[in-house]
Design a protein around this ligand. Structure first.
Ligand code: PLP
Length: 227
C-alpha cells in the first residue's frame, strides 16, 4: 500500500469509529478528499486507492484538474471554496455539488450555467457563518430562511444542506459551531429537507461527526501538508 493509500484507509477507519461511537451508520458519512494545491497525479493516486469524491477551493484549479482527470469515469468534484459569480461558468459544468452558496446572485448564476452545461439540477449547500465572524464568508443564520426560499425557486439547483467553517484551533468552539449548524438544519425542515451537513476538517472531523456531519472535508490528513 502507498503511504497515501494508508492515510486514506486510516481516515476511513476513524470516520467509522466516530460514527459508531455516535450511534450513527458509517455509510451516512461521505469523505470529501480536499485536494487543493495537490497536483492531478496525487488525485489520481488517491482515486486508485479507492477515493472517488474530491473537494477543491479554487475555480481554475478545479477546472484544470477535472479536465486532466476526465478519463476517470466516476470521479466526482465538490466545490468548497469561496466562489465569485463570474467563476460559476468554470465550476457548474464540472462539479457535482457546490458547498458555499452565500447569496442569491451566485445561486442564479450557477443555475444558469448548470442548465446551459446540461448538468442541472446542480446540488448546492448554503454556507453559514455560524459564529458571525466578520472575516468569514457565508450568510448569518437570520438570512437562512429567505435564501432557502429564493434558491428553491430555481429548478436548476437542488438545495441539499448546510456547510460551515468553525474557528481554527479551538475544539470547544468548533463543537458549538457544529451543534449550532445541526440545530439550524432542524429549524429549517430537518434532515428530510436538508439531508447534508458539510462540516469537519482534518483537525476536527470526529467532533463534526458526533454533531451530525454527513460530508467531512479532509485535506492535509490525507495528502500531507500544503506548501
Ligand atoms: C482546505 C479546506 C479543508 C481541508 O482542510 P484540512 O485542514 O487540510 O483538512 C476543508 N474545507 C475547506 C473549506 C477548506 O478550505
Amino acid at each position: 500500500m502507498s503511504a497515501l493509500a494508508e492515510r486514506l484507509a486510516g481516515i476511513q477507519e476513524r470516520i467509522h469509529a466516530a460514527a459508531r461511537s455516535a450511534g450513527r451508520d458509517p455509510s451516512s458519512i461521505r469523505l470529501v478528499a480536499v485536494s487543493k494545491k495537490m497536483d492531478a497525479a496525487k488525485v489520481r493516486e488517491a482515486y486508485e486507492a479507492g477515493q472517488r469524491l474530491f473537494g477543491e477551493n479554487y475555480a481554475q484549479e478545479l477546472a484544470a484538474k477535472a479536465d486532466a482527470l476526465s478519463d476517470l469515469p466516476d470521479i466526482a468534484w465538490h466545490f468548497i471554496g469561496h466562489l465569485q459569480s463570474n467563476k460559476a461558468r468554470l465550476v457548474a459544468p464540472r462539479a457535482k455539488a457546490v458547498h458555499t452558496i452565500d447569496g442569491i446572485g451566485l445561486g442564479r448564476e450557477l443555475a444558469r450555467r448548470a442548465e446551459a452545461a446540461g448538468r442541472a439540477p446542480l446540488d448546492v449547500l448554503i454556507e453559514v457563518n455560524v459564529g458571525g465572524e466578520p472575516q468569514k464568508h457565508g450568510i448569518v443564520a437570520s438570512e437562512l430562511a429567505d435564501l432557502l426560499a429564493q434558491l428553491r425557486e430555481l429548478p436548476s439547483l437542488s438545495v441539499r444542506g448546510l456547510m460551515t467553517m468553525p474557528p481554527e484551533g479551538d475544539p470547544e468552539a468548533a463543537r458549538t459551531v457544529f451543534e449550532t449548524l445541526a440545530s439550524l438544519r432542524n429549524l429549517h425542515g430537518g434532515p428530510a429537507v436538508l439531508p447534508e451537513l458539510s462540516m469537519g476538517m482534518s483537525g476536527d472531523f470526529e467532533l463534526a461527526i458526533a454533531a451530525g456531519a454527513t460530508l467531512v472535508r479532509v485535506g492535509s490528513a490525507i495528502f500531507g501538508p500544503r506548501s
